[in-house]
Write a protein that binds this ligand. Sequence first.
Ligand code: NAG
Ligand code: NAG
Ligand code: NAG
Ligand code: NAG
Length: 514
Amino acid sequence: MWIEKLPWCFLIHCIWLGVMGVDASSWTAEVPSSVSGLQGSCIVIPCSFNYPEPKINPSEFTGIWFKDTYEVIYHPDSSNAITDYRGRTELVGNLRQKNCSLRIDPLHHSDKGPFTFRIEIKDYNKASYTKHRVSIAVSSSPDPPSLSVREEVKVGEVVSASCSVSHSCPSDPPLLTWSHSGTPSIQSRQQTNSQWEETLTLTFRSSIADNNQPLVCTAAYKGGMTVSSSKTINVKYAPVDVMVEGVSSVKEGDTVELRCSSDSNPAAHSYRWHNSRGPLPTTGPTLTLENVTRLTEALYCTAINTEGQVPSSPLNLNVEYPPEIKVGSACTSDISMVTCLCIVDSEPPSTVEWSLPAGHLPSTRVEMHGSVAMVTLKRALGFSETVHCHANNTQGNATLSFTVPTNDKMFMLYVSIGITAFVVVIILIPMSACLLTKKGGRSHSDQPVTSMQDMDAAKCASSDPSTLRKKQKDTSSEINTNYYTNDHLYSNMEAEEDDPCECYGGDDAVYGNM
Ligand SMILES: *[C@@H]1O[C@H](CO)[C@@H](O)[C@H](O)[C@H]1NC(C)=O
Ligand SMILES: *[C@@H]1O[C@H](CO)[C@@H](O)[C@H](O)[C@H]1NC(C)=O
Ligand SMILES: *[C@@H]1O[C@H](CO)[C@@H](O)[C@H](O)[C@H]1NC(C)=O
Ligand SMILES: *[C@@H]1O[C@H](CO)[C@@H](O)[C@H](O)[C@H]1NC(C)=O
């Protein structure tokens, strides 16, 4: 009923406004001619109106919004609005404060307008502000956020990145997020063109990892639309991971090319090379070392860019060379043992083997001192034998032959054994035989001589000295021929427990009587 009446009212009103002349200036409204909004989001049309002051205070206001086709889009009684707008429009302004702001939520693509505000003041007057119409520019996708960030920073500096979007829906502003972590701070402010600006500022300390990485800000609008923008930041930093790169191992005499590698922004513009004695003349990223030797010193490089200069850790070239058997390698012997030492310098460490013409011998001990191996062979060996020390590694081999020395001490031992034997045979035997008889008579006076030892002693005592000497000699020759198989050759030279002749050299009782 009301709708049908409306056009007629307007017509009357226009005439009335025109007639009112001077006072008409009071019937004014202020609305923007156009408001932009995003489809699916909401929009608030700012609106304020005025009217000539009535004589009595008005008791009731009715605010209405309608399209230029006179279709009502907002009425306090929503049944008076056309269905398309029912439930989507709301008068958010307070009419008593002359605020006629309208909210449309959600905004449809067809909500273009133009729209007009109408006020009906009970017991006073009514007016449609047809000269102040508002259109809506509905966009189907939002503008990407605008970003503001210093694009070039030094590592460690605090970066402040702000992301802002303008929108038309202050009750549901778009949700802004940054792809980077940091301390966020959000700010909303109303702009002059009936838009609001939402700004998210993120502060963080820049790191090397941020260099060349896109910093993305995403705005998620009510209605599900998202839009994002990104900026790449350039983080400048002094060289890191400075390393001398090259071959892991080289042969002595080779030429090697080493490279100074580093990560920096901007890239290193120059380099310095050093060894332990001082700087080298090269200033490029590569260094060529000719004829490397095992004495080539450790090297390091320094990478330099605008942000600083950083040295690498030293690179020790692993120079490989064949074994060398060093001075000091020798065999020595004492009474029972021959000790051979083979000093081998090589890189990588060598396999060191001992051998006799008849076969290999296991080493007794191996000690490593850096590239030098001290390999010991300790065992009973015959005289004048040749022992070989053989060392090989991936670079080659070396062999040194040792002749086991005929030790003076050994010679003296033989001499003294001979003399002892002589003395025993010539002087002591008769004497001890006599002592034995006496001892036997004293301790075992009732018994005949029965102990095995005594009988053997007696047998020995009666032996011809020449037989004894021959026996010694035979033992010696046996030593010389059987030493490969007998590990305890030299022990034969000592008087053994079960030696029937023990009494000559090993029996304390005998010496005790001397
Ligand atoms: C009108 O009301 C709206 C919604 O409450 C408010 O945002 C706006 O600031 C008001 N306008 C004026 C001019 O007071
Ligand atoms: C490499 O160095 C060794 C020892 O310093 C030297 O004898 C030899 O001549 C050098 N070789 C070259 C090709 O320079
Ligand atoms: C060294 O020689 C032995 C045999 O004598 C051989 O088994 C070994 O592989 C060699 N090692 C190297 C590094 O050449
Ligand atoms: C030792 O090195 C020489 C060359 O230096 C080579 O001819 C020989 O075969 C090597 N011997 C062994 C056992 O590796």
